[in-house]
Design a protein around this ligand. Structure first.
Ligand SMILES: [Zn+2]
Length: 101
């Protein structure tokens, strides 16, 4: 059994978040994964921009923005903000793309 670093609540093994306060149990690892996912989806967004798959592109953009907002709500750290701005940039790219169809 682990304990939450933020509030001291008991956390079940394998759980990603504290059930009491929502603090991430392995925040740096989780955020790195989320940042990589967001970066990849932003990259895919740029590729889609040229391949003309607007629907897939928009799904990626919305998903990465939602993930970023969720990360921001859990813990406010630099990586969360990078994820958030990558997500917004991603979304702006797809809005631009749809405008140009
Ligand atoms: Zn907690």
């Amino acid at each position: 059994m682990k304990y939450c670093a933020k509030c001291g609540n008991e956390i079940e093994d394998g759980s990603l978040f504290c059930t009491n306060c929502g603090h991430s149990t392995n925040s740096s690892c989780l955020k790195t994964v989320l940042l990589v996912v967001t970066a990849i989806s932003t990259l895919l967004n740029v590729i889609m921009f040229h391949i003309s798959l607007a629907i897939i592109q928009t799904i990626f953009a919305i998903a990465s923005t939602i993930i970023s907002v969720l990360v921001l709500r859990k813990d406010k750290r630099t990586l969360s903000y990078i994820c958030f701005f990558l997500g917004i940039a991603n979304l702006l790219c797809s809005i631009l793309w749809i405008t140009y169809i």
